[in-house]
Design a protein around this ligand. Structure first.
Ligand code: AMP
Length: 377
């Protein structure tokens, strides 16, 4: 299932030690984004890559950081900004996974977790800071986190950071980072806002655009289903009984809707959970762990928290509500049939009769016609 290239990591300019580590963890060939992104990024150039979670993008920006890392008293050397807590955690996990030799000291700085612990870790000295813009600024304003020695700044899922209102925070941070730094930006889509950030804060970025090849994960079979709003729940029940998903995420537009749906399921199933931004962090962590461990098989999520969930076993994505922004479609369905899984994922989008235009916008974005799926009565 892994969408790899024929080239080898050794051809991309990585050190022998790093290539050996990648071999050790079973990364045989670079993915398309890694093949294109790594050479300019390793040379220290600013890079703007269009790619989504699940395509190996974390290694694309993290390997150059790890290769550049120096033993020094001046901390931290790299800052990775992510839109959500979950994504920050995931980037940290992948970093630990791919790091060879002397592991870098990493701290994840996100809201909803004790600031003190994060501050103490930074004060002891960390190489890489990964986190959401709000908490990063908080720590900076308290003079705990310094940007003075940063060599690399990464904006991961930059389009989503803009969507959820992080634009002022991103600009605040970028303005205060050293001029002599490398900026790497990754985004599933490149709207005008991203261009603006690139022009203001990046130096002649090398553009790596894989959208022509495939915006959406090629390993996902996509369908839409025409369903009236009030028939969605029975339709979903029937779809689940026909499809028998191994693990499924059902996406709703709002937290309220996610809760309502969860309450309908709760009495019928015990391996179901909801994940949205109103839940306390500890609860979100517990739900994610259960989902990762396969104890939760049906997860009802909203876009913001659903994005970036990297769990190998997800067989199905159901868009109970068609996403409000077409870009979210790409992110949602990217959760299924990920690099690490061996099976083909399926994505179903529920569309009401009035939402034809929204479906068309998605089809234009993913550059393919999405076939209709019917359930026999
Ligand atoms: P990402 O897009 O960074 O979220 O990566 C998605 C998944 O693919 C993670 O589980 C990685 O460990 C895995 N992965 C990344 N690069 C490779 C590679 N070159 N070969 C095999 N697996 C990879």
């Amino acid at each position: 299932m892994f969408d790899s290239t024929k080239c080898s990591f050794a051809d991309l300019g990585l050190s022998d030690e790093c290539v050996a580590r990648l071999e050790e963890i079973g990364y045989e060939h670079p993915s398309p984004i890694q093949e294109k992104f790594l050479p300019p990024a390793l040379k220290g150039l600013d890079c703007l890559g269009q790619s989504q979670t699940g395509t190996g993008k974390t290694a694309s920006f993290m390997l150059p950081i790890l290769e550049k890392q120096e033993k020094s008293e001046q901390f931290p050397q790299a800052l990775v900004l992510c839109p959500t807590r979950e994504l920050s955690e995931q980037v940290a996990q992948e970093t630990i996974h791919i790091a060879s030799g002397d592991r870098p000291e990493i701290v994840v700085v996100v809201g909803g977790r004790p600031l003190r612990t994060q501050a103490q870790k930074i004060e002891r000295g960390v190489d890489i800071v990964i986190g959401t813009p709000g908490r990063v600024i908080d720590l900076y304003k308290r003079n705990i986190l310094s940007f003075d020695h940063l060599k690399t700044v990464v904006l991961d899922e930059a389009d989503r950071m803009l969507d959820i209102g992080f634009r002022p925070d991103m600009e605040y941070i970028l303005k205060r980072c050293p001029k002599q730094r490398q900026t790497l930006l990754l985004s599933a889509t490149i709207p005008d806002d991203i261009e603006r950030i690139a022009q203001l804060f990046m130096k002649d970025p090398v553009r790596i655009d894989l959208s022509g090849q495939n915006v959406t994960a090629s390993s996902v079979d996509q369908y839409y289903c025409t369903v009236d709003e009030h028939k969605k729940f029975p339709f979903l029940i029937k779809l689940l009984s026909v499809e028998k998903p191994r693990q499924v995420i059902v996406f709703c537009r709002t937290k309220r809707k996610a809760d309502q749906l969860y309450n309908k399921f709760r009495t019928r199933l015990d391996n179901v959970a909801a994940l949205h931004g109103d839940l306390p962090q500890a609860k979100r962590d517990r739900v994610m762990k259960k989902f990762r461990d396969g104890k939760v098989r049906l997860l009802i999520a909203t876009d913001i928290v659903g994005r970036g969930i990297d769990v190998g076993g997800i067989s199905h994505i159901i868009n109970y509500d068609i996403p409000e922004h077409s870009d979210d479609y790409v992110h949602r369905i990217g959760r299924a049939g990920r690099l690490s899984s061996e099976f083909l994922g399926k994505a179903f989008t529920f569309v009401t009769k009035e939402q034809g235009d929204e479906l068309t916008r998605i089809e234009m974005l993913v550059n393919r016609m999405i076939p209709q799926y019917r359930l026999d009565d």
